[in-house]
Design a protein around this ligand. Structure first.
Ligand code: SF4
Length: 305
């Protein structure tokens, strides 16, 4: 591999600076990934309680394209939304991957895991008359995987399904692992949904250099290491007490409910929709990458202070 981790971090960090366009397309990263991924690391992607928004978000990755990710970088063995197989055939492919690549495959978990009613609130399928639940799959595959990526706030922290009164007993991957003594490393990539760069960038880091440096909430510092409020273009207004009263006013959006003062992510420079815009530009930050989202940050348009 010719690309040092230092250069990789620099490229990811610089990717959004100013231009707002991801530079993950830069040939050195794609080439290094292709080289490192010789044999294409197997990935099993399972989905529990969620809206499929995380999958839709990663399908929007532009640099590299999702076709490059799927065809050149990883080998997707199971993904309900994009795979052609269904029923027992699909589950057989998943079982085969888990056996054949035990200790080597990467498990991506999207959505939270309902633990109530023996996990029956989220069923993955039926195999030889036996129901498989999200809970049973996470426990089974989680012990066999090399590492787990908990993508989206639901998988990372419980998210909206775990909001009070949490009737299904929804939990995060880390919480389920802790309860069952599973030691497989978990990397949280929260967001509702996460930016495609955060997911592809984290996968790239894991493949090229191993588990990235994480913050206290299990998130890669590479993407979640800065406070939105400290980097917001409206921060000057905040300091001078100039607050917008409605969305087309000039001024800081704090009094409209902005959660930027408590939210760690690089949306302010990476932006969304291939660098076109971001939440604070058009509305407010809703704190969707934070562990306490949803309960702590609602009502959405209520000010923090
Ligand atoms: Fe920007 Fe929101 Fe902080 Fe105001 S409160 S400066 S809009 S992040």
């Amino acid at each position: 591999m010719d690309l040092s981790r230092r250069d990789f971090v620099k490229l990811c960090g610089a990717s959004a600076a100013g231009v707002g366009l991801s530079q993950l397309a830069l040939p050195p990263i794609v080439q290094a990934l292709e080289k490192a991924a010789a044999g294409n690391p197997p990935v099993v992607w399972i989905m529990g309680q969620g809206c499929t928004g995380c999958s839709v978000s990663i399908l929007n990755t532009v640099h590299p394209t999702i076709a490059e990710v799927l065809l050149k970088i990883i080998s997707m063995k199971f993904h309900e939304t994009i795979m052609a197989a269904s029923g027992e055939l699909a589950l057989e492919a998943q079982d085969k991957a888990a056996e054949e690549f035990a200790g080597k495959f990467y498990l991506v978990v999207e959505g939270s895991i309902p633990t109530g009613a023996d996990g029956m609130y989220a069923q993955i399928g039926t195999m030889k008359g036996k129901t498989r639940t999200m809970l049973s799959e996470v426990l089974h595959l989680g012990t066999k995987a090399a590492a787990v990526l908990a993508v989206g706030t639901d998988a990372a922290y419980g998210g909206i399904p775990a909001a009070k009164p949490n009737p299904t007993g929804a939990k995060s991957v880390m919480a389920v692992f802790k309860e069952h003594g599973i030691k497989t490393p978990v990397i949280n990539v929260p967001g509702c949904p996460p930016n495609p760069d955060w997911m592809v960038g984290t996968i790239a880091h894991v493949l090229l250099y191993g588990v990235p440096q994480l913050d206290g909430e299990g998130r890669p510092l590479l993407f979640y290491g800065t406070l939105i409020h400290d980097n917001c273009p409206y921060r000057g207004y905040f300091e001078y007490g100039v607050f917008a009263k409605q969305f087309n006013d000039d001024g800081c959006r704090y009094k409209l409910g902005c959660k930027g003062p408590e939210t760690y992510a690089d949306c302010w420079k990476r932006k969304w929709n291939n660098g076109v815009n971001w939440c604070v530009q058009n509305a407010i930050c809703i704190g969707c990458v934070q562990p306490d989202f949803w309960d702590k940050y609602t009502p959405i348009y209520q000010s923090l202070g």
